[in-house]
Structure formats: C-alpha cells, structure tokens
Ligand binder design. Structure first.
Ligand code: MYA
Ligand code: JJ1
Length: 359
C-alpha cells in the first residue's frame, strides 16, 4: 500500500483498466487565494530554506547533498553525480494527446541517508506542490526508478560500451561468455570520425531549423515535450560537460535534415581503488529524416567516444528501439518509470509512444 500516494491526485492502481474515467486533470485548479499560504510543518529542529542557486556557496551545498545521497543502482556500486549546471528548476510545456499543459518537472528529490524512512519525502512533495500551485501550475511530470501509483509508461535502460575495459574493471559490465578482453575491445571499436557528410556541432543560428525538425518529429507521440525556440536554445544548444548536439546540414541544399543529442551525467564509482568516476552520455532527443537512424546514432557514438565517455546510455523511448540492438547496446538492470501528477491518462503508453526525456 501507499499511505501517502493514495491521498494524492494521481492515477491509482485500483483504477487501472477503468475506461469510464475521463482523460485530463484529476482535480481542478483552485483560486490562488485558496492555496495554503504557509509552508507545511516540519519535525522540530528542521526548517525550510529556499535555495538561491545563483549563490556559489548554496549551489555547492545542494550539489554536495546530491553527490553524497542521490540515486544509486540496485547494488550501490554507482551514484549519479549531476554537475551544478543541472540544478535549476524551470517550468515546461508538455503535450498530452492534443492538449499542451504547463507543468513542473520535478527532479532531485533527495533525503540525506541518515534521515531516510522518517516520512520526510511526503512533506517535501506536499511543500513543493504548494509552491508550484502558487505559481498557478497544477500538473507535474517526474520519473523514478521505483514503482509508484501509477506509471504512464515504464522504460528500459540500454547501455553501449565505449570503454569496455574500464566498464569491466569497475563492475559496470562483465566479460561475456566465451569472450576475451581483446575480443571485447575489438567488438566495441568505432571509426575515428563521423561518417555522415555534413555532420557537425549545432550552433546558435541553427535554433529555428532544429526547433522545426523536433516539433515535427515529436508531434507523433502521445506524450511529448512542446519545444519552442527558447526551449531548444536552453535545453539543446551545446554546453561543455552538460549537453552536446549535432546535426546534419545537407551539403547541397544546406537544409538541416537530422539531429542527435546527449547529456553528460557522470556517476561516482563507489569503493573502487583505481577509478572514481564513470563518464556516461545519455541519449536525449534524436531526429532522422535523410540519414538512416542507425548511421546518425553511430556518429553520435563516435563523437561521444572521442569526448572521453565510457558508456552511452539510452532509454527505449521514441524510435530508439530501431537502433539499440544493431548498435550493440545491451539492456541494463535498471528501469525508469514516468509519472504525471494531477493528470489521468485512460491507459498507459508504450515507451515508443513517449516523446519526453527528463534530465
Ligand atoms: S526520483 C529520484 C528520487 N531520489 C532518490 O532516489 C535519491 C535517493 N533516495 C532518497 O533520497 C529517498 O529515498 C527519497 C524518499 C527522498 C526518494 N518519488 O520519507 P520516506 C514515497 C516519489 O519515509 P525516504 C525524483 O527526484 C514512498 O512511496 N515518492 O522515504 C522525482 C512512500 O510513500 P507511500 C517516493 O526513502 C521525484 C514515501 O515516499 C519516491 O526517506 C518526484 C516514503 O517517504 C520517489 N522517488 O525518502 C516526486 N521514493 O507510503 C513527486 C519514495 O505512499 C513529485 N517515495 O508509498 C510529485 C509532483 C509534485 C508537484 C506537483 C505540482 C502540481
Ligand atoms: O546503470 C545501470 N546499470 C548498469 C550497472 C549495473 C551495476 C550493478 N547493479 C548495468 N550495466 C550493464 C551494462 C552492460 C553493457 C554491455 C551490454 C550489456 C549491458 O546494467 C542502471 C540502468 O540500467 N542504472 C541504475 O540503476 C541507476 C538508477 C536508475 C533509476 C533512475 C531514477 C531517476 C531519478 C529521477 O530523475
């Protein structure tokens, strides 16, 4: 049972399969004057503070809390180590079927390891909900590695080794049956440089063309980000050690025909004497119209290898299934569940019907 989540406006397990329930908001927006004006109570000795992420000292405190206490894999061998640039919150527009909905994207929920299982998380979730309501936003999107009431879809993580020797040394992957290290290194070897003519890094002047390409691509998915040019500039314009984006500019017409992107999310390697950090690239948004999806993503692998990443990760969202196996990705031991707050879908989606990647 879920004593907290049963009280919240989210799809409930008991309602799965009930097609009489309408799609859309579960409870209506209320006048802002009716939103609770004071913060929720915390156990004594604790107090709320609003973190000014523009302050270096405060940003470092948040960064260190997450570096030491955020998400680990099921065997506690790796822990996400998001860089400071990721630690800001911005509203988003997410399209659900034909409706574009203003939402909060909730991320980085974290309780210090010494304060776990004391029911602090429900208080934090209620407080962030109250603060989002005061911004006149009534829906949210979030992902988690745990099953809660109730996922709109459940995605599989896939991994493509770029530096197999290190991955094996740190326990991220294992030598396959009847494989030697040198055969494994050869298996994952990639060309020196991308092969697609016109493949280059995205620049500021590409924002309008990339926005058009992405909007057109994302329109086919049941739930997807509704990107405008400002969003594309904020989320996809290359930023060192944060996000990388590449595109194919046709050598003849100079049209932008294809696009691929990935973000940088290292993990701390826990308790290994030889290595401290696993450098991982995560597939973000990709669109292929003229280049084969396979060749486009192989070029993404080639450039990420050259940037020093150890592994390239992807979820089975959008059309990613079409390249995962052929490009030698293997399924991981982790899944990612996607959720909406205060918005009901009549039925769950397939991962391939989802056009949304949260950082
Ligand atoms: S997902 C990443 C979450 N962070 C981590 O996994 C880091 C490591 N773990 C921790 O820091 C703690 O274990 C956390 C729970 C903080 C996760 N999402 O305080 P408790 C429910 C939602 O005793 P703790 C991300 O950041 C659990 O089912 N609920 O537990 C997106 C139980 O409720 P119920 C979760 O382990 C976050 C209750 O909490 C999660 O000390 C989206 C137990 O509380 C989880 N990941 O702390 C948040 N894990 O009894 C929702 C456990 O009912 C946002 N629980 O089963 C909703 C939208 C809000 C805005 C709305 C605006 C309109
Ligand atoms: O990274 C993950 N798993 C790895 C490491 C496993 C270590 C032991 N548990 C994994 N490696 C196998 C790779 C292999 C390479 C060659 C081909 C075959 C595969 O499977 C997993 C994802 O699979 N990651 C996690 O468990 C981290 C948490 C995921 C939930 C995230 C919650 C998101 C938070 C909200 O924003």
């Amino acid at each position: 049972t879920h004593k907290f989540w049963e009280t919240q406006p989210v799809g409930q397990f008991k309602d799965i399969g009930d097609t009489s329930l309408p799609e859309g908001p579960i409870e209506p927006a209320t006048p802002l004057s009716e939103v609770k004006q004071e913060p929720y109570n915390l156990p004594s000795v604790y107090e709320w503070t609003t973190c000014d992420m523009a302050s270096d000292d405060i940003c470092s405190e948040v960064y260190n809390l997450l570096r030491n206490n955020y998400v680990e894999d099921d065997e506690n061998m790796f822990r996400f180590n998001y860089s400071k640039e990721f630690l800001s919150g911005v509203p988003a527009r997410i399209r659900v079927r034909d409706e574009v909905v203003k939402m909060a994207e909730i991320n980085f929920l974290c309780v210090h390891k010494k304060l776990r299982s004391k029911r602090l998380a429900p208080v934090m979730i209620k407080e962030v909900t109250r603060r989002v309501h005061l911004e006149n936003i009534w829906q949210a999107a979030y992902t988690a590695g745990v099953v809660l009431p109730t996922p709109i879809t459940t995605c599989q993580y896939w991994h493509r080794s770029l530096n197999p020797k290190k991955l094996i040394d740190v326990g991220f992957s294992r030598l396959g049956a009847r494989m030697t290290m040198s055969r494994t290194i050869k298996l994952y070897k990639l060309p020196e440089a991308p092969v697609t003519p016109g493949f280059r890094k995205m620049e500021l002047l590409d924002v309008p063309a990339v926005t058009r390409l992405l909007r057109n691509y994302l329109s086919q998915f049941g739930v997807a980000t509704d990107f405008d040019e400002n969003d594309v500039e904020h989320w996809l314009l290359p930023r060192e050690d944060v996000v990388d984006s590449y595109l194919v500019e046709s050598p003849e017409t100079h049209d932008v025909t294809d696009f691929c992107s990935f973000y940088t999310l290292p993990s701390t390697i826990l308790g290994n004497p030889n290595y401290t950090t696993l450098k991982a690239a995560y597939s973000y948004y990709n669109v292929a119209t003229q280049t084969s999806f396979l060749q486009l993503m192989n070029d993404a692998l080639i450039v990420s290898k050259h940037k020093g990443f150890d592994v390239f990760n992807a979820l089975d969202v959008m059309h990613n299934e079409s390249f995962l196996k052929e490009l030698k990705f293997g399924p991981g031991d982790g899944q990612l569940h996607y959720y909406l707050y205060n918005y009901r879908l009549r039925s769950a989606l397939k991962p391939s019907e989802l056009g949304l990647v949260l950082l």
